[in-house]
Design a protein around this ligand. Structure first.
Ligand SMILES: *Cc1c(COP(=O)(O)O)cnc(C)c1O
Length: 391
């Protein structure tokens, strides 16, 4: 017989989803109401305001798309790219490749700025590509590459794109709430994020934000947006301002309660305080991992604090270690993706999961498990290093 599903409580320190704050889970368990109920409309208005706060933007069109981060990515491309458009895509990991795939599927031409995995996007390489492609309409890049742990300089890349009169599409899925995101300050035109990384909400929603320049583009397209569900001209009829909210699709009501609570928690903590917390826990984790003999693949100035990609010690079966961590300690860490598969672990410290208890658990569990292999470890050193890092 089938029974109710009762998942084990895990500690989620992979590339996402991250641990969900219990406050968010209980918000999601509140009674479902109609998606056109005046009370729900009030929640939607608050959500827009809270998202504007999190993204640091005044963009009117700042809403959650009713699907995960990948749908936010697709929303940006499907609305802004028309057949024949040239789009410069900076590619320094898995998610940049997906952007290029989006462009090609829409009949656009993807000009790739290739960057070694584990490094930030090179601003000079972007400049060169724009010079060589004067007809380019859009520049797309990932702020925080979750596949490698590298953070690119979004402000500078947006500035370079603007000088060539290009719109920007910026992936902020892993950066939002974890490190400095400043949509209006950067002058980014279209951005998307996710709920399950540093917002510590359940997966399944994608906050997006479009400025006036970007809105003009999809309002004045020569060809209709090829996706019905993600066509913002239609979605705005439901999420837009004004009294007349028309049915587009049934909003994921309870998921949106969760996002509202997640953003409220972020506003209570404050953006800067949240970024600072991610930094201090990253530094402590780093001290512990380095004491265990692991090293970071991303050079320090380009490193994310919320996603730590580290080398695997010689002679260690990396999949077996992850399996043991999950089975014995209920601790999930991430494997390498793409060209980094089998070469790195990706240890997330995202949102609610970015805390000293998780840092200690991860370092201690890794020390215990790695000690079974022929790896040189001075027992106790890593814990001391973590403590010292916290001061
Ligand atoms: C996780 C992630 C995505 C995709 O989000 P999903 O919710 O898994 O669809 C896109 N970009 C980056 C940088 C991510 O980390």
């Amino acid at each position: 017989m089938y029974q109710s599903f009762n998942p084990t409580t895990r500690t989620l320190m992979g590339p996402g989803p991250s641990d969900v704050n219990p406050r968010i889970l209980s918000a999601m368990g509140k009674p479902t109401i109609g998606h056109l109920d005046p009370e729900f409309i009030r929640l939607m208005d608050e959500l827009k305001g809270l998202l504007q706060f999190a993204f640091r933007t005044r963009n009117e069109l700042t809403i959650p798309i009713s699907a995960p981060g990948s749908a936010g990515m697709e929303t940006c491309f499907v609305n802004l790219v028309s057949p024949g458009d040239k789009v410069v895509v900076c590619q320094n990991g898995v998610f940049g490749s997906r952007m290029a795939d989006n462009v090609r599927r829409l009949g656009g031409e993807a000009v790739i700025v290739e960057q070694e995995w584990g490094r930030a996007v090179d601003p000079e390489a972007l400049q060169k590509a724009l010079k060589a492609n004067p007809g380019a309409k859009i520049v797309a890049f990932v702020h925080a590459e979750t596949s490698t742990g590298a953070r690119s300089d979004a402000r500078q890349l947006c500035e370079i794109a603007r000088q060539s009169d290009c719109l920007t599409i910026v992936d902020c899925v892993t950066s939002l709430a974890g490190c400095d995101v400043d949509i209006d300050g950067w002058g980014a035109d279209a951005v998307y994020s996710g709920t399950q990384k540093c917002l510590s909400c359940a997966p399944g929603l994608s906050p997006v934000s479009f400025n006036e320049r970007a809105v003009e583009v999809f309002k004045n397209r020569q060809t209709p947006v090829s996706s019905w569900f993600l066509d913002l001209n239609l979605v705005m009829g439901y999420w837009g301002e004004g009294q007349t909210r028309a049915y587009h699709h049934t909003a994921p009501v309870n998921a949106l309660y969760g996002l509202h609570e997640a953003l409220l928690i972020l506003s209570e903590e404050g953006l800067e305080a949240s970024w600072q917390r991610h930094t201090s826990n990253h530094l402590a984790l780093r001290a512990g991992l380095e004491a265990l003999g692991m090293s970071f693949i991303v050079p320090e100035p380009e490193r994310l604090t919320q996603l730590n990609a580290v080398t695997i010690p010689e002679g260690v079966d990396e999949a077996a270690v992850r399996k043991q961590l999950l089975q014995q300690f209920n601790l999930e860490i991430g494997a390498g993706l793409g060209s980094l598969a089998g070469k790195v672990w990706r240890i997330g410290l995202m949102g609610y999961a970015s805390n000293p208890k998780n840092v200690m658990l991860c370092v201690n569990a890794l020390e215990a498990v790695l000690s079974q292999y022929n790896v040189h470890i001075n027992r106790g050193e890593a814990t001391a290093a973590v403590l010292a890092a916290y001061g």
